[in-house]
Design a protein around this ligand. Structure first.
Ligand SMILES: Cc1ncc(COP(=O)(O)O)c(C=O)c1O
Length: 351
């Protein structure tokens, strides 16, 4: 029973997670898109395996450390969506590539040159996709023309194979993303460069991913758990939130204040423009108004709910991915039944 779990604790309802996996897999399959889940959300080989069994074409990792954990656990098709820089990482990348189908991204010449010198003597070429900034303002070549120029460098690079285009724009005008990618794809075709994969990503935009017609695959991470950002995006309901933080009321200093035993070291400080630091599942009017490291302060002014010390609540975090990375293990539950603790195997794998 849930009551046997001490708090604060991160709990994952596997019934909900499995439903989320099946539903979005179905969506992608129906639209002829490959689904390549991003495992940085759960960092659990067990859930990656479920995603693969459900029909995923492979997995996405952000960091080599995550990929190492997943390869060790038997994943055979891994895409690392991050510029790899430096010889220490190159040696690890070579080891990884010998054991699975590995692909990576690059958005500049220096990264491509590093990958090429790292893989020139390897038996199999490394598949490199070009990261394109289609409007999110993070990494990525800035124009289809720059994509074409970088593709030429990759195609000519010893040890490399040009794999296509990758972008991450989880919100905003998806038609604009499509136009960008089509223009780049056609420019590449014009020079005889085939573009076997065009990879889009994001969970806020997941139910519209098919509107980017150029895409061949979609990378979603948060969809497996969902969170308050997904709720804001209208991409899920509270019932679809698989991950939550179980916390206990430890103080009631005033009539309208309650203090939880979960602070920023569990719920994290991520806000992304949201008000407060989480959603109390059964009392949405209670505001998670402030956090210190081990305390979460609830403002009860807008609710008649008056919890007592010892009462337990479930808080849906603003951003599930960072919460996963805060704890050694999560509790796998199904409703109120507890299945056991799952070690977060790729926790802290940030390099
Ligand atoms: C490159 C890349 N692809 C895919 C994703 C998954 O998107 P989401 O977290 O919205 O599910 C992310 C998330 O940060 C990302 O950075």
């Amino acid at each position: 029973m849930l009551t046997s779990i001490d708090t604060p604790a991160v709990i994952v309802d596997l019934d909900v997670a499995e439903r989320n996996i099946a539903r979005f897999q179905d969506h992608c399959t129906r639209h002829g898109l490959g689904l390549r889940p991003h495992i940085k959300t759960h960092k659990l080989p067990q859930l990656a395996a479920r995603q693969m069994t459900a029909g995923a074409v492979g997995i996405t990792c952000q960091k080599i450390g995550e990929a190492e954990v997943m390869a060790q656990a038997g994943m055979t098709d891994i895409f690392i969506t991050y510029n790899i820089v430096g010889e220490a990482k190159m040696a690890r990348l070579r080891r990884l590539a010998r054991g699975c189908r590995l692909s990576v991204v690059a958005d500049n010449d220096a990264v491509v040159i590093g990958l090429s010198s790292g893989f020139a003597d390897e038996p199999r070429p490394l598949e490199v996709l070009i990261e394109c900034d289609t409007g999110a303002g993070r990494c990525g070549v800035q124009t289809p023309g720059e994509a074409l120029a970088l593709a030429r460098t990759i195609a000519a690079g010893p040890g490399l194979r040009f794999g296509g285009l990758m972008t991450y724009r989880p919100s905003g005008d998806q038609a604009e993303v499509d136009r960008w990618l089509i223009e780049a794809r056609e420019a590449l075709r014009g020079e005889g460069l085939a573009c076997p994969r065009i990879s889009t990503g994001g969970s806020p935009n997941m139910w519209h991913c098919q509107t980017v017609t150029a895409a061949t695959e979609h990378r979603a991470g948060v969809y497996v758990y969902n969170d308050r950002m997904q709720l804001r995006a209208g991409a899920c309901t509270v019932e679809d939130c698989a991950l939550s933080v179980l916390a206990t009321v430890v103080s009631r200093p005033t009539a309208t204040r309650a203090v939880l035993d979960a602070g920023s070291k569990v719920l994290t400080s991520d806000q992304f423009g949201l008000d407060g630091f989480g959603l109390v599942a059964d009392h949405p009017e209670a505001r998670v108004a402030g956090l210190s490291e081990e305390h979460g302060v609830l403002d009860l002014s807008a609710t008649s709910w008056r919890p007592q010390v010892g009462d337990r609540v479930r808080v849906i975090p603003n951003h599930a991915c960072v919460v996963s990375n805060m704890v050694d293990s999560v509790w796998a539950v199904r409703g109120t039944d507890v299945e056991g603790a799952l070690p977060v195997a790729a926790r802290g794998c940030v390099a």
